[in-house]
Design a protein around this ligand. Structure first.
Ligand code: AMP
Length: 401
C-alpha cells in the first residue's frame, strides 16, 4: 500500500465530495466512442454513492486552450456515465461560480453532478489560486481518481487541495499506485521489464530507475536500434538516435554492474519502405541472428528468434512490467512481435503483469488479452514519470496515512 490516504479510510456520508476524474474520452459525432476511462472510475463513484455521499465530478477533455469550446464539452459524458451507473447524472454548464455553488448546495445524498470541462478556464493549467479556491468551495472532501493527470500541477489536480480539509485517493488512483508503485518497488522475483517504443530519449530515465529494481530488462521497438548502434552495430535507415549512444552505453554498463540481464533483439524484421498512413510496407525480410541492418533497410519489428528469447524470460517471471511496443504495431505486417509479447504476458498466469500505459495498452487491448493481465495503467505520461521515480504533484497533494 502506498502512504496516500484512500477514500475508503474516511467518512463521506452526507458530504459534498468533489472527484477529479479522468473523463478525457474520445468523442465521435457527439458521442463517447470509448468509455474505458468512465468505466475505470465507476468503482470510486459507486463506493461514494453506497456511502451516501453527494458526488460532484470534474475532469478535463481535450485541449480547449483555456476557453469554452462546445467540441470539448463534457455533456456527452454525463449520458454515458448515467447509463453505466444506473442513476441520473446532472450536467452543469460551468465548473465553478455562483450557479454551480447553488446547484451543489441543493444536492441530496446519493446524487451525482458532472461539472463542465475544467480546461475551459485558463486558470486550470496555470494552477490559479482563484480557480483552486472556487473549486474548493464546492467540497467537504476532495478525491483524486485521475492518475493520468496527476503529473500536472493544475487547479483541479493540485491547487484545489489547499482549500479542502480532506484530500484522498480514489480507488483507481490507489490501484495505479499499488501496481506501478508497490509491485515494482518490492516485486515478486524474477522481475522482468519489457521496454519498447520509439525513442531512447523518452525512456532513458525509466530504464535508469528500473535498473535498480528489475532482474531482467528486454528492449524492443525502435529504441533497440540506438542500443545496437552503441554496441557498434549498423541499423540502416531504422529510426534511431545516434546522439544518444553514450546514454545507451551507460545503461548497458549499469546493467552489467548491477547484475541485471539486459537483452536486446538478436534479429529483426526489416523492410525497404514504410508507408505509415497507408499502413503498408515494401519488400521485407528477417535479419539473421546478430546481423546488421543493411543500408536502405529499416527495422520495423523484432524477429522470431528474439520473440522466442523474450518469451522464455517472460514465462519464468513472477512480475512483468511492459511499456512500449516491439515494432510499428499499428501496421499489421509489423505487429507480430508486439502481439507475441502480449500473448506471452497473458499466458503467464502465475505472475503479476502490469501494462505501464501508452501504446502497449492499445496493443494489449487490440490483441484481445486485456482481461488476462493483472493491471493496465490508465496513465500515459503520468505512468512514465511515476516509473521514473518522480513525485507526481497530484499525488503529493493528497493526505498521507
Ligand atoms: P512510445 O510512445 O515511445 O511507446 O512509442 C510508440 C511508437 O513507437 C509506436 O507508434 C510505434 O509505431 C513506434 N515504433 C516502435 N517500433 C518502431 C520501429 N522499429 N520503427 C519505428 N517506429 C517504431
Amino acid at each position: 500500500m502506498s502512504a496516500v490516504k484512500s477514500v475508503k479510510q474516511i467518512d463521506v456520508s452526507g458530504k459534498r465530495v468533489l472527484v477529479r476524474a479522468d473523463f478525457n474520452v474520445p468523442l465521435e459525432d457527439g458521442k463517447v466512442s470509448d468509455d474505458s476511462r468512465i468505466v475505470a472510475t465507476l468503482p470510486t463513484i459507486r463506493h461514494l454513492l453506497d456511502q451516501g455521499a453527494r458526488v460532484i465530478l470534474m475532469s478535463h477533455l481535450g485541449r480547449p486552450k483555456g476557453k469554452p469550446d462546445p467540441k470539448y464539452s463534457l455533456r456527452p459524458v454525463a449520458g454515458a456515465l448515467a447509463d453505466q451507473l444506473g442513476v441520473p447524472v446532472l450536467f452543469l454548464e460551468e465548473c465553478m461560480g455562483k450557479s454551480v455553488e447553488d446547484a451543489v448546495g441543493q444536492m441530496k445524498d446519493g446524487q451525482v453532478v458532472l461539472l463542465e470541462n475544467v480546461r475551459f478556464h485558463p486558470e486550470e493549467e496555470r494552477n490559479g489560486e482563484d480557480m483552486s479556491a472556487a473549486l474548493g468551495r464546492l467540497a467537504d472532501v476532495y478525491v483524486n481518481d485521475a492518475f493520468g493527470s496527476a503529473h500536472r500541477a493544475h487547479a483541479s489536480t493540485a491547487g484545489v487541495t489547499a482549500h479542502v480539509d480532506a484530500c484522498v485517493a480514489g480507488l483507481l488512483m490507489e490501484k495505479e499506485l499499488t501496481f506501478l508503485g508497490d509491485h515494482t518497488e518490492r516485486p515478486d522475483r524474477p522481475f522482468v521489464v519489457i521496454l519498447g517504443g520509439a525513442k531512447v530519449s523518452d525512456k532513458i530515465s525509466v530504464i535508469d530507475a528500473l535498473l535498480d529494481k528489475a532482474d531482467t530488462i528486454l528492449i524492443g521497438g525502435a529504441m533497440a536500434y540506438t542500443f545496437k548502434l552503441a554496441l557498434g552495430g549498423k541499423v540502416g535507415n531504422s529510426l534511431s538516435e545516434p546522439d544518444k549512444v553514450d546514454v545507451a552505453l551507460e545503461a548497458i554498463r549499469k546493467a552489467e554492474k548491477r547484475g541485471v540481464t539486459f537483452l536486446l533483439p538478436v534479429d529483426n524484421m526489416i523492410v525497404e519502405a514504410v508507408d505509415f498512413d497507408a499502413r503498408t510496407v515494401g519488400e521485407s525480410r528477417f535479419t539473421g541472428e546478430g546481423e546488421d541492418i543493411p543500408e536502405g533497410w529499416e527495422g520495423v519489428d523484432i524477429g522470431s528468434r528474439t520473440i522466442e528469447l523474450f518469451k522464455r524470460e517472460i514465462a519464468g517471471a513472477k512480475t512483468v512490467l511492459w511499456n512500449g511496443p516491439m515494432g510499428i504495431f499499428e501496421i499489421e505486417a509489423c505487429s507480430a512481435g508486439t502481439f507475441a509479447i502480449a500473448e506471452a504476458v497473458a499466458a503467464n498466469q502465475g505472475c503479476v503483469s502490469i501494462i505501464g500505459g501508452g501504446d502497449s495498452v492499445k496493443a494489449v487491448k487490440k490483441s484481445g488479452y486485456s482481461d488476462k493481465v493483472s493491471f493496465i495503467s490508465t496513465g500515459g505520461g503520468a505512468s512514465l514519470e511515476f516509473l521514473e521515480g518522480k513525485v507526481l504533484p497530484g499525488v503529493a497533494a493528497l493526505d498521507q496515512v
